[in-house]
Design a protein around this ligand. Structure first.
Ligand code: MN
Length: 244
């Protein structure tokens, strides 16, 4: 390689680095601003812990972009879909929209399914996680998990397998059926267990946006580490409330 080509390559490499750095800076800066669009009726709930609280299991930039960009976009797009719809529909909770998707006008049904699902699933997801999480479930939930799945380890094995098997983007869940039994299931995209009549208690987001910055293609490592930040007290309370 002659000197001129070497200089050219170094110049190109640093230009690439600059572009990358400016993209990174702009995404972090932009993460603190709300996306443009309608501001209601659905709103982005604030995270109840700092974006870097789940380190080393989930990194800060992943949490920032996941909450401030991805979740915010689901909320914005859901609100946009509801513009001009009857007031009764606009005022319907996201839970009820997803439970009764067939009552949603066909023209916006897919938008509500995807973005309402995205809003509901992520609102639940942030609460399922805690820097003080991990360990194992307690109380009646622990008893039922033990009975249903033959112990916590077997449960997490099946839950992990369901999460690993999701092809492309989706979620794996621990859900409560209408008969109040526990099941492990998965859904594609942002589909919610609510739309199939189940009630999600615990869910793992296996869209690449949930883990790719730290884990790249190692989804199995993300799934294993997810166990260390599950807020079991929250899941247990959700289960007990759903039983009664
Ligand atoms: Mn997500």
């Amino acid at each position: 390689m002659n000197r001129r080509n070497a200089i050219k390559m170094v110049t190109l490499a640093s230009a690439g680095a600059l572009v990358f750095r400016s993209q990174l800076t702009s995404s972090v800066t932009a993460a603190s601003t709300e996306p443009e669009g309608p501001t209601g009726p659905h709103v982005l709930p604030p995270l109840q812990y700092p974006v870097d609280a789940l380190i080393p299991y989930i990194d800060g930039p992943t949490m920032a972009v996941h909450h401030n960009k991805h979740h915010a976009a689901y909320v914005k797009n859901l609100n946009t879909a509801l513009i001009g719809q009857p007031e009764s529909l606009v005022k319907t909770s996201v839970d009820d929209l997803l439970k009764n998707l067939n009552d949603v006008p066909e023209s916006i049904r897919t938008a509500v399914r995807n973005n309402g699902g995205g809003h509901y699933n992520h609102t639940l997801f942030w609460q399922l996680l805690s820097p003080k999480g991990g360990g194992q479930p307690k109380g009646i939930l622990a008893e039922t998990i033990n009975k249903t799945f033959n112990g916590y380890d077997k449960f997490y094995e099946s839950f992990s397998a369901a999460a690993a098997k999701v092809f492309g983007s989706g979620w794996a869940w621990l859900s409560l059926t209408p008969k109040k039994t526990l099941v492990i299931e998965s859904t594609p995209n942002q589909d919610s267990p609510l739309s199939a009549g189940n009630y999600p208690l615990l869910g793992i987001d296996v869209w690449e946006h949930a883990y790719y910055l730290s884990y790249q293609s190692a989804r199995a490592d993300y799934i294993r580490n997810f166990a260390k930040i599950i807020h079991w007290d929250f899941v247990e309370a959700r289960y007990e409330k759903a039983l009664h």
